[in-house]
Design a protein. Structure first.
Length: 319
């Protein structure tokens, strides 16, 4: 992996982390309404996997969706403005935290219904196959989604039709306050893929390089005619499910253990130990990200709310 790529992944992970921390603060100040699901702890999943995608590949996910947007290259200001419900937001302030989408970057959102986007991602793959392109879909979901009917129907059709889709399970061990083994009849989620003819891979989701390699290999496997792919990416969210989660379902020791594998720390150690760059370079990146975030917040705060007479705009696509 070359130096520029590793430093860019470091920058992206810090960008996601700082964006999330800043949005938590704005939420507590009452500037963000509704739900807010943070990606803190899971950064290596979006950064590593989107690091492997080509421009033509699609990205779709559930409601824990800010990181994917930042990593595909959406302007942080437009994302922050979206969180604040402003007219300049990427979804014109109508979508908020759970419904960020950026068609210019092939990012299809952002959905609040658990598992509801899995057929949509599968359908995008069908469209690409139908049109004879080489594009693939990165369809992200939580572990909880794998218990939903949509998941099973989608994987079945993807298997039947050999669709160019990679199902990426962000297996953060919990769906809200319920541990995987209390909600899923098979605690090893990857085995579910076997029922649909896919050979699942388990991936260390705290290691950005491993996530990148697994995704790169999955794209290559699709192009080799091996059909849809399934990655069970083992990760952890350090914060609550959403804001205001009292976290009574897991112990402090468990969280502390996972913090030792903080994905930013893992990459930082790798960069320093292999002498790819020094501490100062990483600190410079931290500072640079800090500025980007402050500019994003400033832009969002100064932007206007949508005008009242636009209330019914952007609901249906004009024919
Ligand atoms: C169909 C449906 N059922 C229930 C909910 C309420 N709900 C919101 S998030 C969530 C947990 C999903 O967990 P998981 O898929 O593991 O994603 P994570 O939040 O861990 O990223 C539930 C049950 C919902 N939004 N949609
Ligand atoms: Mg989960």
């Amino acid at each position: 992996m070359d130096k520029a790529t590793l430093l860019d992944w470091y920058r992206q992970m810090v960008l996601v982390r700082r964006f999330e921390q800043r949005s938590a603060e704005l939420y507590q100040l009452g500037k963000i309404g509704g739900f807010l699901h943070l990606y803190i702890g899971q950064e290596a999943v979006a950064v590593g996997s989107i690091g492997a995608r080509r421009k033509q590949d699609h990205v779709i996910t559930a409601y824990r969706d800010h990181a994917h947007a930042l990593v595909v290259g959406t302007d942080p200001g437009a994302l922050m403005a979206e969180l604040l419900g402003k007219e300049t937001g990427i979804s014109k302030g109508r979508g908020g935290s759970m419904h960020m989408a950026d068609v210019a970057h092939n990012y299809w959102g952002g959905y609040g219904i658990v598992g509801g986007h899995v057929p949509l991602g599968t359908g995008i793959a069908l469209a690409e196959q139908y049109n004879g392109t080489d594009a693939v879909v990165l369809c992200y979901m939580g572990d909880g989604s794998t218990n939903i009917g949509y998941f099973h129907e989608s994987l079945n059709l993807a298997g039947v039709w050999d669709l160019p889709v990679i199902y990426i399970v962000e297996n953060n061990q919990y769906g809200m306050g319920t541990a995987v083994d209390r909600a899923s009849a098979v605690p090893d989620i990857s085995t579910k893929a076997l029922a649909y003819g896919m050979e699942p891979k388990k991936v260390d989701g705290m290691n950005v390089i491993e996530v990148y390699e697994a995704t790169r290999d999955a794209i290559a496997a699709i192009h080799d005619g091996k059909g849809p792919q399934f990655l069970d990416v083992i990760t952890y969210r350090y914060e609550g499910h959403s804001m205001g989660d009292p976290l009574r379902y897991r112990t402090k020791e468990e969280v502390a253990k996972w913090r030792e594998d903080d994905p930013i720390g893992v990459l930082e150690r790798y960069i320093l130990e292999k002498k790819i760059a020094g501490k100062e370079t990483l600190e410079d990146i931290d500072q640079e990200v800090e500025k980007v975030i402050e500019q994003a917040v400033d832009f969002a705060e100064k932007s206007p709310f949508p005008a009242l007479d636009t209330l019914f705009d952007n609901i249906y696509v004009e024919a």
